[in-house]
Design a protein around this ligand. Structure first.
Ligand code: SAH
Length: 219
């Protein structure tokens, strides 16, 4: 039986050969974040299957290919401030933290309080407590921060692009968000770029995410 570390290395090779992982930053993050630390104990042996896995409360940790497709679309760089809606397990936030290391920061939000705790515990155990903050709140409304985030990542499907998130984005910033129906398989992954007041939206591909809740979600 290969070790989890060997399985992780194989998955990274596969994601590279598929063209999902393209940058050195993404490769380093995929190799260093231990996905097994972000899932329920009894599912650990499935940590490196490229599928979503249940994390309780009807929610899932995204498949690794989706995590890295979104991270590469965001073109993450050293020192960036990144805002996430949907902490879930905290895994995605940890990969982003690696990609903006050493000076970058991630602020992630989670509307289900026990999951915010789960994410925080996982991030702490995996050693990301100094670079990632978890806030238990409705992230669809955005959050007042001292600085505007240069990147925004939404990991639940929204009925439409939440205006407060676009308004929060730094000039020249980018956001990725699944938009569409709350029924699975009816959503598009959208990349949004803001230049001054000019907002450009590009549809990337079809995706299947759990629904966004809260003010700008499916209530
Ligand atoms: N990024 C996660 C995947 C999470 S699934 C990971 O790496 O594991 C989407 C998450 O979004 C769920 O945990 C859900 O509870 C959360 N969510 C849904 N609506 C939200 C909202 N309005 N604000 C914050 N979190 C929300």
């Amino acid at each position: 039986m290969p070790s989890l570390e060997e399985e992780r290395a194989r998955l990274v090779e596969r994601l590279e050969s598929m063209g999902i992982i393209r940058s050195e930053r993404a490769k380093r993050a995929a190799l260093s974040v231990r996905r097994e630390l972000f899932i329920p104990q009894k599912l650990r042996r499935y940590a490196y299957r490229d599928t979503p896995l249940p994390i309780g409360h009807g929610q899932t940790i995204s498949a690794p290919h989706m995590v890295f497709m979104m991270n590469e679309l965001l073109d993450l760089g050293e020192g960036m401030l990144v805002f996430e809606v949907g902490a879930g397990s905290g895994y995605h936030a940890a990969t982003v933290a690696e990609m903006v290391s050493p000076r970058g920061r991630v602020i992630t939000t989670e509307i289900v309080v026990p999951l915010a705790k789960f994410a925080w515990e996982n991030l702490r155990r995996a050693g990301y407590h100094d670079r990632v903050s978890v806030v238990a709140c409705d992230g669809s409304k955005g959050l007042k921060l001292r600085e505007r985030p240069e990147r925004i990542l939404v990991t639940a499907a929204a009925p439409r692009v939440p205006r407060p998130l676009v308004e929060m984005l730094e000039d020249g910033g980018k956001m990725v968000i699944p938009v569409g129906d709350s029924l699975f398989f009816a959503q598009k992954l959208v990349l949004i770029e803001r230049t001054g007041s000019r907002i450009v939206e590009r549809v990337i591909t079809d995706v299947a995410f759990v629904p966004l809740r809260g003010e700008w979600g499916f209530r």
